[in-house]
Structure formats: structure tokens, C-alpha cells
Design a protein around this ligand. Structure first.
Ligand code: ADP
Ligand code: MG
Length: 239
């Protein structure tokens, strides 16, 4: 996946400034930075929930353009997990997981269910398959959201602060699920301030501030030897 000099404005506000980032297959990148620095906007541009105005975004060798066919193709390859789990409340856990494979990938229902059960087992909640999201804890709902995204067999997974809406005792179960996913070799871009997670799985950490990538490097280097005052200030606030 490549972002090449991506710029985006909301009205007059310049929210992404020449953002350039490439993520190789199997690579894990953690994105951190203060609130309002453009992290969500960048993630949302990668699967076209938002549109950038300048620069290029290339996912799985396809450039993001207004062509709806390439957009559909890219959305099939990019899994997304949000802060607010965004499960369908009127569908069971299993139905949440089989909806897109059946309707978008045209997978037979039985096959989609078998696949969903496989991923629900991987996120360690197969016994919740027939419950509704409202009957689950926040941590369990987020693990369902991860399983649901995986059911589309994405080539890359994007996470936007997946643990920041969770009570502390549930953060670990979701992070453990993400570590497990990283161990399978999945390509991942994770916006998170969980620095323990970053140290454990990130090949690279990217620090954003005011719409720019200010620093990037391996976790040790970035956390132990920040070059800019902006990163020093940020780290002093979160650590
Ligand atoms: P982060 O995820 O790092 O907190 P965001 O990407 O959400 O930052 O926001 C970047 C900037 O863009 C912020 O100033 C925010 O207020 C603004 N912004 C985000 N979404 C919108 C929107 N839909 N319309 C207008 N401004 C927005
Ligand atoms: Mg955000």
C-alpha cells in the first residue's frame, strides 16, 4: 500500500499535508499522534470513506480513483475496525460476519458460516455466534468486528483506535487478538496509543502532528530517541 504526497482539505482546513507512507506486504505500522492530527482521516482515505484531493493512494496495485469498480475491488481487500464497533445491532454475531461474504463476495451461505465460525474461534468467542451485539461486552463486540473484517479475507487490515472506547479490563483481550493477527503475517496499519502493543508488533511507528508525518522509525528509535520537540511533547503526555 502506498500513499504518495497525499493532501486533503476540509473546506479551507488543510488536514493531510504531503503524507507519504508505504506499507509492504506483511508489514505492521502503528500510527500515533495528538487528537486532530489527521490519523483517522488518513486511514479513512485508504478505503475511500473520505476522498483526498491531491496525491496518489495505491492499494494492492490499484490506484484509488472515482472509478467505482476499482473502489469496490479495493474495499474488498481492505478490512477496517473502528473505535465504535459498528456492528449491526439487529443481526446476530454470525449474521454480522456472513453478511458481506454472502452479498459482496457471493459466497454460499454454508461456506460463509463455516468461515465465520473459524474466525470467531480465532478471536476466541465461537460460543457467542448466535447472540446479538447488545448482549456482548465491548471487548467481545470489538473481537466480533475484527472477525467480521477477516471474513472478507482482506489483504490489509486498518484499525482506528480499536481499544480507546473500551474499559481497561477489556483492552488487553482486544490487543491480544491483534497481536495474534499480526503473528499470522497480516499487513496492518493501526492507529493506537497503546505503546506496549507498538513495541511488541510494530515494524515501524509513524508520528503525525497537524496533518503531517513528522517522524517515523522502528519503535525503539522513535520512543527512546525522539528527534523533534513535537514528538517529545507527545510522548511526555502519553507515557
Ligand atoms: P485524529 O484522528 O488524528 O484525531 P482526524 O483525522 O479525525 O484526527 O481530524 C483531523 C482534522 O480534521 C481535525 O481538525 C478535525 O476536526 C477535522 N475533521 C475531521 N473530520 C472532519 C469532517 N468530516 N469535516 C470537517 N472537518 C473534519
Ligand atoms: Mg481519530
Amino acid at each position: 500500500m502506498v500513499l504518495d504526497k497525499v493532501n486533503k482539505w476540509y473546506g479551507a482546513m488543510h488536514v493531510l499535508r504531503d503524507v507519504t507512507l508505504s506499507v509492504a506486504t506483511g508489514e505492521r505500522v502503528v500510527v500515533c499522534g495528538p487528537s486532530g492530527s489527521g490519523k483517522s482521516t488518513m486511514i479513512r482515505c485508504i478505503n475511500r470513506l473520505e476522498q483526498h484531493q491531491e496525491g496518489r493512494i495505491i492499494v494492492d496495485n490499484m490506484e484509488l480513483t472515482d472509478d467505482t469498480r476499482s473502489l469496490d475491488a479495493i474495499r474488498r481487500e481492505v478490512g477496517m475496525v473502528f473505535q465504535s464497533f459498528n456492528l449491526f445491532p439487529h443481526l446476530t454475531v454470525l449474521e454480522n460476519c456472513t453478511l458481506a461474504p454472502i452479498w459482496v463476495r457471493h459466497m454460499p451461505k454454508k461456506e460463509a458460516e463455516a468461515l465465520a465460525m473459524e474466525y470467531l474461534a480465532r478471536v476466541k468467542i465461537p460460543e457467542q455466534a448466535h447472540k446479538y451485539p447488545g448482549q456482548l461486552s465491548g471487548g467481545q463486540q470489538q473481537r466480533v468486528a475484527i472477525a467480521r473484517a477477516l471474513c472478507m479475507k482482506p489483504k490489509i487490515m486498518l484499525f482506528d483506535e480499536p481499544t480507546s472506547a473500551l474499559d481497561p479490563e477489556m483492552i488487553k483481550e482486544v490487543l491480544d487478538t491483534m497481536v495474534g493477527l499480526a503473528e499470522t503475517g497480516m499487513t496492518m496499519v493501526c492507529v493506537t496509543h497503546e505503546m506496549g502493543f507498538a513495541r511488541q508488533v510494530a515494524d515501524r511507528v509513524v508520528f503525525m502532528d497537524r496533518g503531517e508525518i513528522v517522524e517515523s522509525g522502528v519503535p525503539e528509535q522513535l520512543f527512546n530517541d525522539p528527534k523533534t520537540d513535537r514528538l517529545k511533547t507527545f510522548l511526555s503526555q502519553i507515557l
